[in-house]
Write a protein that binds this ligand. Structure first.
Ligand SMILES: C[S@@+](CC[C@H](N)C(=O)[O-])C[C@H]1O[C@@H](n2cnc3c(N)ncnc32)[C@H](O)[C@@H]1O
Length: 152
């Protein structure tokens, strides 16, 4: 499964030692499932579609899923990531959105979360974030992902 390949790549760097994972636009929880299967047991998902969230919740009772339109309630995610980081967690934030959706939450969510988490964008390279890494992490089924290191 593509999400497993992504996680195997992300988690192979032991120095990062992520302890919590937040997925934006989690859908049915594919990335949360990969996080759990790779031992990243604190995993959270946000999505605006109630139907897919129910599937994720039924499938992965160990994860926590939240109904949230990120364009309307961006602070919810920022608060969660901040709380985790301030509680000592090393947070990995992933997202797979269409590009215009990502652009809409860039300032309200992404820029703020980057202060507390490494951010991985899937299928979208964030313009101007080269200074935070912007490493092309890999390519699965033609979709590239980009890894950005948190602002320290
Ligand atoms: C391309 S799917 C990715 C699903 C999942 N991450 C995966 O890899 O299987 C994008 C997801 O983003 C969600 N989404 C789109 N706009 C959103 C928004 N404004 N707020 C929250 N979720 C949104 C959709 O409901 C959909 O589940």
């Amino acid at each position: 499964m593509a999400a497993n390949i992504l996680f195997d790549n992300l988690l192979q760097e032991e120095s990062k030692a992520y302890t919590a994972h937040v997925e934006l636009g989690c859908g049915e929880g594919n990335l949360n499932a990969s996080a759990l299967s790779r031992g990243l047991n604190r995993t959270f998902g946000y999505d605006s579609d109630e139907r897919v969230l129910q599937i994720a919740t039924d499938r992965l009772p160990e994860a926590r899923f939240y109904l949230c339109d990120l364009t309307k309630s961006p602070q919810t995610v920022v608060d969660k990531v901040t709380e985790l980081a301030e509680g000592g967690e090393n947070v990995l934030l992933t997202m797979y959105f269409v590009s215009d959706g990502l652009e809409k939450i860039r300032e309200s969510v992404l820029e703020k979360c980057l202060k507390h988490a490494d951010v991985v964008t899937i299928g979208y390279e964030v313009p101007g974030w080269e200074k935070h890494g912007g490493v092309v992490g890999g390519n699965v089924l033609g979709v590239e992902w980009f890894v950005y290191g948190k602002i320290t």
